[in-house]
Design a protein around this ligand. Sequence first.
Ligand SMILES: Nc1ncnc2c1ncn2[C@@H]1O[C@H](COP(=O)(O)OP(=O)(O)OP(=O)(O)O)[C@@H](O)[C@H]1O
Length: 237
Amino acid sequence: MTHPAPATDHSATVEAAVLRLTGVTLHLGHEQQQVTALDAVDLDVAPGELVAVTGPSGSGKSSLLAVAGGLQSPTAGTVHVAGVDLTALKEHQRTAHRRRHIGYVFQHANLFASLTAREQLLLTAHVAGRLDRETRQRADELLEAVGMGARADHRPDRLSGGERQRVGIARALVLAPGVLLVDEPTSALDRARARDIVDLLAAQTRAHRTATVMVTHDHEILDAADRVLTLRDGRLS
Ligand SMILES: Nc1ncnc2c1ncn2[C@@H]1O[C@H](COP(=O)(O)OP(=O)(O)OP(=O)(O)O)[C@@H](O)[C@H]1O
């Protein structure tokens, strides 16, 4: 019987982090108008960990999510997702890796008006070529887990803002991503619903062992995070 070679320390730590940004710098704009949106950012997020990133307007929060999600290539540095450096991939490979390993939750749930809650999840699975029995079952389980089981056949116009956000969270998890990137999830919600949603995100992060990064202005929800980091002028601390 053969045994696999032991992993080197380096590859083991990359895998352990799930999401790892190393020395990430992002310049935006041109020449005199150039802005350093991210400045030598290092960030490791482990499975089951919820990291909140806060910071003033223009500090680089959206840029951080865009780079971590492979939507924007950094000017310098590397972004490892599930052990693979996104910056070393060709565009089509990056898209495939992103679909497989990253889930996104947006400020507004961005649901399709004509689809029911369940169909929002099934469409995501379909686009990824994963509309199989297992994924259908996972979709129903997730809708149950986010408290939307009884409303799985409702379209967005029959759901509240908080309920739509719940569907958005379930949709982000339907392909079992290792990384969850969350952009201002509570900004469209009242206090009580904001609390519900962030508690749900924390619970789902733990239940599904995702490495979750949540960008937020909302200081009242920071207690739900395992770690709180601050961006100032593109520097993370
Ligand atoms: N396309 C662009 N060209 C040039 N500069 C840009 C561009 N997009 C963003 N910036 C600048 O990069 C910096 C970081 O912007 P970013 O949107 O990441 O900040 P943010 O913290 O998400 O802000 P907010 O909280 O207001 O959404 C800002 O100074 C912004 O003006």
